[in-house]
Design a protein around this ligand. Structure first.
Ligand code: SF4
Length: 178
């Protein structure tokens, strides 16, 4: 299985993604992360891939316990020259997600039957979400929406997660591998 895992990692690098192997026991899941979604996020209740529409922290913790390893995926970009950073970030997020989803499909084909991607940021495949997702094949939730503390994960790999710095924008996803 390690050979298949290496195929997935190699593909990640080809797609321009940084990939770090994690043991799932080292992935911190915390209620306080979800708190930030519910109180203060301008998009709360607007995207079907985020609270209150997705599973809670406890349910996700149980699911995570059924996996042993995961790949932390990072796409980094310097957007300091962009005139409209929010628009550029939206495009960047979608593009990064598609690359990460390609990896999930590859992992499945390599025998990781339960491979599952936690996407970078809230879904933005459509301008707005309607009552029911109209592109269910793209329906994935982000790590922070189920309580994963990305700041602490980044610390574990020796990196710092800085917010609101256009010169160092990161899209972060997690691919559960089993
Ligand atoms: S695919 Fe469209 S409808 Fe579905 S969650 Fe994403 S933005 Fe919303």
């Amino acid at each position: 299985m390690d050979e298949n895992q290496n195929i997935v990692i190699k593909k990640a690098l080809e797609l321009g993604l940084q990939a770090y192997l994690l043991e799932t026991k080292d992935i911190p899941v915390e209620y306080r992360v979800r708190l930030k979604c519910i109180y203060g996020c301008r998009s709360y209740g607007k995207r079907l891939t985020c609270p209150p529409y997705i599973m809670g922290v406890d349910e996700f913790r149980k699911i995570l316990a059924e996996y042993n390893r995961a790949l932390l995926l990072i796409k980094q970009e310097d957007m300091s020259n962009e005139t409209d950073v929010l628009k550029a970030w939206s495009y960047f997020r979608r593009e990064s997600f598609h690359k990460m989803l390609e990896l999930e499909y590859l992992a499945f084909r390599q025998g990781f039957t339960y491979a599952h991607l936690l996407r970078p940021g809230a879904c933005n495949e459509c301008d707005t979400c309607v009552e029911k997702c109209i592109k269910p094949e793209f329906y994935r939730f982000p790590p922070e929406a189920v309580g994963i503390n990305l700041i602490n994960i980044m610390k574990k790999i020796g990196k710092k997660l800085v917010f609101c710095d256009p010169s160092n924008i990161k899209c972060i996803g997690i691919l559960l591998l089993e």
